[in-house]
Structure formats: C-alpha cells, structure tokens
Design a protein around this ligand. Structure first.
Ligand code: ZN
Length: 376
C-alpha cells in the first residue's frame, strides 16, 4: 500500500482565519456578517476545549462506568454527528480524544435537557470567549452531563435560578440555544452542541450509550490496512523485526464528510479468537483525554482538525481489563517466519460493521539467515 503524506495540522487560529480571509467559507458569507465571534473575538481556539478538560476534569459524577443505564432523548434532533468521543483532535497543541459528541444543529436551536437533575455548573470556562459556555446537570443516576457551546444570552433565568438554589430541573427543560460557531469545516458551518457525559472519577463515557438510537446505517469503511514499523507503512509487507499492523478506518454518521473513528475494533490473527483493540464506551485514559491518543492512533498517518481528518489506528494497541496498558504496551504479532493473516473488524455504535483481511510475510532476520549459495 502506498499512503499519501499527511499534512501536519496547522494551528487552529491560522486555519480559521486564513480560510475565512480566502473566502473559502463561501456558503455563508451572509451569515458571517452577523458572526460576532469573528468581529469581536478573533478566531475560536478549538484546542482550548481540550486544555480546559485537562485542567479541571470533574470530580462531580458519582455513577460507575459499567452498568445498565437509562436511555434519554437527544437535546435536539441532530443534523449529523461532527465528532464522537473517540475523535482525534490536534489543533497544534497536545493531541486529545474529543471526549464528547459534537451534535450538529443550527445556531439558535433550543437545547433541551436530555435528563433532569441538579444544575451543578454554569460557566464561561474559557473566560471571555462567548463560544465556551457550559451548562452542566448531574442526573439522578450520578452521571454528569456537560452541555458546551450554549449561547449565554439564551440561558433561561429558570436555569440560573436552579443553579443558585439547587432545585432540580426536569428533563426537557430548555437550557439555552446553540451558539453560532465561528468556524467552518469542510465547507459547512460548524454550529454544534458539544456534549460530555462523565461517570465517577471524571471518566468520559460515550454519550451514545445514554441517547436514543440514530438512523445510521452506514458501516465504517476500512480504507487501508497494512504492516508498519516505527509508525510507517512497510510497503511490501515482508517483515523482519518488530512490527505492528494498522488500519485507516473512517465512519460517517448522518453526514458525507465528517469522518469519525469506529466505536469498536477487533482483530483476529491467524484464525485465533478475535481480540479487542478498543471499545469506546469510555476513553482508554478514562478521565485523561490526552492519555493513549498517540498509542491508539498512528500520529504519522492521522490528523483531526477543521480541514483534515485521517484516522489510522494501531491494531497493536492493547490494554488489560482494568484499562491499564500491558507491560508490553503493544499486542505482539507473530514472529514465526512464513505467511500470516489477520481479520480486522470495525463497528459503529449502531452495530453496523465491516471486516477486512490482510496478509503479510515474516522473513527470517538477516542475522540468522544462512548464507545463500552464490551462483557459480
Ligand atoms: Zn466538540
């Protein structure tokens, strides 16, 4: 397999401002004139979302990660899913798992509480930036729901009052409206609600686990797979020495361009029982959104920002049942000289799946190979 070089992501602000300056966001020039973010705040910084989570985390949630949970309505009907909790994010800082859902809806769409509970936070968590207002609700089961990118002026007095008084709000209560996002992504406005759901210890859960099914029938696509050494593809798949396998897997959820990672990946090597690579019911780093990002994804073949989405997964990624990376930190693939094969299977959250088989050849290391006869 030959792979195209991956452009390193530019800093967010540069991407946004240069794209706007060049008029690439053509579909919404009219909307732009009303875009306070551009005129008043300069460029939004998506990396700030990740930095803030890293800094504060959340000690509030009390519900365990593993148990049956109630299913709730969406805060509004999703236009599509822009990112899942598994999405790779790199805006020029430290890469991180997106850790929540970007639920796309038009600016001004009312955001209704999926589940009732106590309002535990209303905060401009990137101080002074109007894009980063949070309304957080702790539900009766102990899960913390963080609704991000709510327009401050749209947060009803009743929600502020609940926050101050501790009086719970009911499911379906209006929490506010979707902020008009300053950024475009792949030619579309990126207005969205970012929803995190946290369990005890600040573990980021997949919000899909808590929400009604989506009419998503598009299976993930394994668009490339191969053998790699040191993060780079080995083109002829003839291996000598330590190696891993990779797969570039793209999923789409109610959209044609907003690529997201699969929800679950397994690999079966040489006919053995399938082994789990990861299932994104929760993040591999639990409450740490930076942990294991560059072990799960192959940085040299991955990007994730407003203009680039390429998602290549290291199939050697392996953790034990407690979510601890094993001593080897990597799944060991066969070293016996000869042909080998593996079946890679990827699922989205709705259970759509796809599989791909790859073959490779382990050759004897040069150091132990017998000298070959020289011709004459
Ligand atoms: Zn987001």
């Amino acid at each position: 397999m030959s792979k195209s070089p991956i452009k390193k992501p530019l800093a967010c602000g540069l991407v946004l401002c240069s794209a706007l300056a060049a008029g690439k966001a053509s579909a919404a020039s009219q909307a732009l004139s009303h875009d306070h973010t551009q005129t008043e705040m300069g460029c939004l910084d998506a990396s700030a979302e990740g930095q803030r989570e890293l800094r504060l985390g959340s000690p509030v949630a009390t519900a365990p990660a593993q148990r049956p949970r109630a299913i709730h309505p969406w805060p509004f009907p999703p236009l599509s899913i822009g990112h899942t909790s598994a999405s790779y994010q790199d805006y020029g800082g430290q890469p991180y798992f997106h850790h929540g859902l970007d639920i796309r809806g038009n600016a001004g769409t009312p955001v209704l509480a999926s589940v009732g509970g106590r309002v535990t936070n209303i905060e401009n968590y990137i101080s002074g930036n109007p894009a980063y207002w949070e309304v957080a609700i702790l539900d009766a089961e102990g899960y913390l729901w963080q609704y991000h990118h709510v327009e401050k002026a749209s947060i009803p007095a009743a929600i502020w009052n609940s926050y101050r008084s501790g009086t719970p709000v009911a499911a379906g209560a209006k929490l506010g409206e979707i902020f008009q996002w300053g950024n475009y992504s792949f030619g579309e406005r990126y207005d969205h609600l970012h929803l995190n759901v946290l369990a005890v210890g600040g573990t980021y859960m997949s919000p899909f686990l808590f929400l009604e099914s989506l009419p998503d029938q598009v299976a993930p696509a394994i668009i490339a797979a191969g053998v790699m050494q040191n993060g780079h593809d080995v083109g002829d798949r003839e291996i000598d020495g330590p190696y891993s396998l990779y797969a570039t897997i793209h999923d789409l959820i109610l959209h044609t361009k907003y690529v997201v990672p699969p929800h679950r990946i397994e690999i079966s090597v040489d006919g053995a029982a399938p082994e789990l690579v990861w299932d994104f019911q929760s993040l591999p780093g639990k409450g740490n959104i930076n942990a294991h990002v560059e072990e799960f994804f192959v940085p040299q073949m991955t990007c994730g920002n407003y203009t680039c989405r390429e998602l290549t997964i290291d199939l050697g990624f392996s953790m034990d049942d407690n979510g601890i990376i094993t001593a080897l930190e990597q799944r060991e693939f066969p070293t016996t000289p000869g042909p080998h094969s593996a079946v890679i299977t990827a699922w989205d959250f709705e259970g759509n799946s796809t599989s791909k088989t790859i073959d490779w050849l382990v050759i004897k290391p040069q150091s132990v190979m017998k000298p070959t006869k020289t011709a004459n």
